[in-house]
Design a protein around this ligand. Structure first.
Ligand code: 2AM
Length: 192
C-alpha cells in the first residue's frame, strides 16, 4: 500500500486555509492549477511510497516509538511558496525544529523497518494546495503571503494511506485514509 507519515492540522485551521484558497481559486489563471482537495490537506513528514504489507507491523512499532520520543509542539500555517511549477503550498511557522525532528524520526523509522526511502533530502514543512501550476505563480504567492493562520498543538503522528484514482477521469485526486495514529510523547525528545 502507498503510505506516508503526516501531521494533520485540526479542522478549524484547515477552514482558515480554505478561506484563503477560495480566494486563490478566484484569481485569473486558477483554472491552470490542479487544486488539492481540502479534506485531504496534510503536512507530509515522510513519504514512503508503495510499502510491502509484510513491513507494516514493524513500521507501526517504529513510528509509535518515534512519536513517543518526540514532545508535542505548536505550529501555525503561514505564508506560502512553490516548488517550481510542481507544487504551490502554504508554509508553516512555530516549533519548526521539532517538526523537522519528527520528520527525520519518521524517515528513520521507515528505513529501519525496511522501507526503501530513496535519497534523504533536508525536510521542508509545507502543505500543498495546488499541483501542476501551469500559470504564473506570482499572484497566488501574493495572496498566500498575507496568510497568518492560528496556532494549534500538534499531539500526534499519523500514518496515511494514499489511494490513487483508478477511474482514469482527468483531474481526479487521490483519497487519503488515516491507518495509524500515535500520540507524541511530550517528554522532551530524548536522545534517539
Ligand atoms: P507534496 O505535497 O509536496 O507533493 C502524499 O503523496 C504526500 O507525500 C504528498 O503531499 C507529497 O508531497 C508527498 N510526497 C513526497 N514525495 C513524494 C513522491 N515522490 N511522490 C508522491 N508524493 C510525495
Amino acid at each position: 500500500m502507498r503510505l506516508f507519515a503526516a501531521v494533520l492540522p485540526p479542522p478549524e485551521r484547515l477552514d482558515e486555509l480554505g478561506r484563503v484558497v477560495d480566494r486563490l481559486r478566484e484569481l485569473p489563471g486558477a483554472g491552470g492549477v490542479r487544486w488539492t482537495s481540502s479534506g485531504g490537506w496534510h503536512l507530509t513528514l515522510a513519504f514512503m511510497g508503495e510499502v510491502d504489507e509484510a513491513l507494516v507491523p514493524e513500521l507501526r512499532v517504529r513510528l509509535g516509538r518515534a512519536a513517543s520520543r518526540t514532545p508535542g509542539f505548536s505550529l501555525r500555517l503561514r505564508g506560502g511558496g512553490h516548488f517550481g511549477r510542481r507544487a504551490l503550498w502554504a508554509g508553516v511557522a512555530g516549533d519548526l525544529d521539532v517538526l523537522r525532528l519528527l520528520a527525520e524520526r519518521s524517515d528513520a523509522a521507515a528505513r529501519r523497518a525496511g522501507v526503501g526511502m530513496g535519497e534523504h533530502r533536508r525536510y521542508r514543512g509545507h502543505l500543498t494546495v495546488g499541483r501542476g501550476v501551469g500559470v504564473d505563480v506570482g499572484p497566488f504567492l501574493e495572496v498566500l503571503g498575507g496568510f497568518e493562520g492560528g496556532r494549534w498543538e500538534v499531539g500526534e503522528l499519523v500514518l496515511v494511506r494514499s489511494l490513487l484514482p483508478v477511474s482514469g477521469v482527468r483531474g481526479e485526486r487521490p483519497r487519503y485514509e488515516a491507518v495509524g495514529r500515535w500520540p507524541l510523547g511530550g517528554s522532551g525528545g530524548g536522545a534517539g
